[in-house]
Design a protein around this ligand. Structure first.
Ligand code: FES
Length: 492
């Protein structure tokens, strides 16, 4: 039988195969799934790999991409591939601000809290007798091989891919739990309880539920969780979601931030492919979600990439020139979300990008071979306008002025690495809130851990979800107008 040999992060993997499999499918079986932002249709060119051996001749998509695409190349005999480095745990946000008070844990000797994000998965293992975090594990969500965002995955699930997506989520969760147990030299059997948070779609897919209600108007979820289930042979609590697009991850982030215990008005924003915004005011939690697109995760940007070694993660101006820092101080290979915001801020200051987003040059050189292109600036405008207009719409719905907000909690991995001054410069964060930002990291995972260690907080999450008032943005004229205005970058 022919063999595929794969190198990734300096580690050799191999598998024998029968027939003529598509490379991406075999990689998935080997547990090496790579992101396929266009769902494996050959359109985005983001699954490009180095491979040699007996392969199908390059097709038109591969010709256009200028290399072999994992979603198109068919293996005909022995092959050897080198995959792009995958983000390790160091690049996946595990830490978040939690507020553990008394220890009143869920049952068992050990327990785990997990956050199933659209792009990454993270898990922390706890000794429930003393509340200590004894090991952690993180990985890229293997479902990214099916589609990059929740709408793509909902579409795939409705076209017969639901069992595959469910299996991917369960296997990945099991792998993370095993990895954490191995690190802690503990047996999987000693883990009795899990708290698993995630957005509404991720929880649907984990439970194998058909996400039809999430795919069409009025987008009312028929499952909002807040329930105990059995997963991986353990008792697992799935915290409550607020609606179809404001999920349990935000409920947990709100819990961890203490937002709903504040007397003052405060905001929580999780910037991702889907931006979720929660505004606490006078006992009501106004919530909204806005489709920012994948630009802030480096996708949809010509030279965009995830938080991998060599990704430009920050840029600044020095003597009128852009200077760049890369992850791991490696030669620049692309631009991740935080670097992207810095780059646009710097290019605005240099006058190479106008406040309308207009760019004279064909290519805006950043560092090494890495550049931004006019269409990338457009993607950033769309993404930042979605978040900024979402914030404005929520403030308007609650009749709150930006200056009346006492704090802005920035949750999620993207927010953790963001330069606040750059975010204000491009208009992602309102100017009035610049000095009030608190970065709270993976607050979703921190909130899940709080639930695991203090079961008294179960009622708090139920209360948070019950106090949510959803402000729809789709078809909302105020949002549409704010969105058009926010397409402009602020003038200096
Ligand atoms: S070209 Fe988009 S996933 Fe392969």
């Amino acid at each position: 039988m022919p063999q595929l040999t794969v190198w990734q992060n300096g580690i050799r993997h191999s598998a024998r195969f029968e027939g003529a499999p598509v490379l991406s499918r075999l990689l998935e079986k080997m547990g090496l799934a790579i992101p396929q932002p266009c769902g494996g249709r050959g359109r985005c060119g983001k699954c490009r790999v180095e491979i040699k051996g007996e392969l199908s001749p390059p097709n038109a998509f591969e010709e256009a991409a200028g290399g072999r695409l994992a979603c198109q190349a068919v293996l005909l005999g022995d092959c050897e591939a080198i995959l792009p480095e995958s983000p390790g745990m160091a690049q996946i946000q595990l830490e978040g601000r939690g507020r553990l008070g008394k220890l009143s844990p869920m049952p068992g000797r050990l327990g785990a809290a997990a956050d199933l994000g659209t792009t990454t998965l993270a898990l922390k293992l706890y000794d429930l007798s003393n509340g200590r975090n004894i090991a952690s594990a993180a990985r890229v969500n293997p479902q990214t091989a099916v589609a990059a965002d929740v709408m793509g995955r909902i579409g795939a699930a409705l076209k017969g891919e639901l069992p595959r997506l469910e299996r991917m989520a369960l296997d990945a969760l099991g792998d993370l739990l095993q990895a954490a147990c191995d690190k802690a030299q503990a047996s999987m059997k000693s883990v009795e309880t899990l708290v698993i948070t995630g957005n509404t779609t991720m929880l649907y897919l984990l439970m194998g539920l058909v996400p039809l209600a999430l795919s069409r108007a009025p987008f009312e979820a028929d499952h909002l969780f807040g329930q105990w289930v059995s997963l991986l042979g353990k008792k697992a609590y799935l915290p409550p979601c607020m609606n179809a697009f404001v999920g349990a991850d935000i409920t947990c982030a709100v819990l961890a931030s203490g937002l709903t215990e504040k007397k003052d008005t405060a905001l929580l924003v999780d910037v991702g492919t889907n931006g979720e915004i929660a505004l606490w005011q006078d006992g009501t939690l106004h919530v909204a979600s806005t489709a920012a697109g994948p630009a802030f995760e480096g996708a949809g940007i010509r030279m965009g990439c995830g938080s991998v070694p060599g990704a430009i993660d920050s840029l600044w101006l020095e003597d009128g020139q852009l200077k760049a820092h890369t992850i791991g101080d490696m030669p620049p290979v692309g631009l991740c979300g935080s670097g992207l915001i810095d780059a646009v801020a710097g290019l605005l200051d240099l006058g190479q990008v106008q406040d309308t987003g207009r760019v004279e040059a064909q290519r805006l050189h950043l560092a090494g071979e890495v550049s931004l292109f006019p269409e990338d600036i457009r993607s950033v405008q769309l993404a930042k306008a979605a978040i900024a207009a979402g914030i404005r719409t929520l403030l308007h719905a609650a009749r709150v002025k930006p200056g009346e907000v006492s704090a802005l909690y920035l949750a999620g991995g993207f927010g953790s690495h963001l330069d606040i001054a750059s975010a204000v410069r491009i208009g992602l964060i309102p100017d009035e809130l610049a000095g009030k930002v608190a970065v709270i990291g993976n607050a979703s995972l921190a909130g899940a851990a709080e639930l695991l260690l203090d079961r008294g907080k179960l009622k708090d999450t139920a209360l948070i979800a019950s106090r949510a008032r959803h402000v729809p943005l789709g078809g909302n004229p105020w949002f549409n107008e704010a969105y058009m205005e926010e397409m402009l970058f602020p003038e200096e």
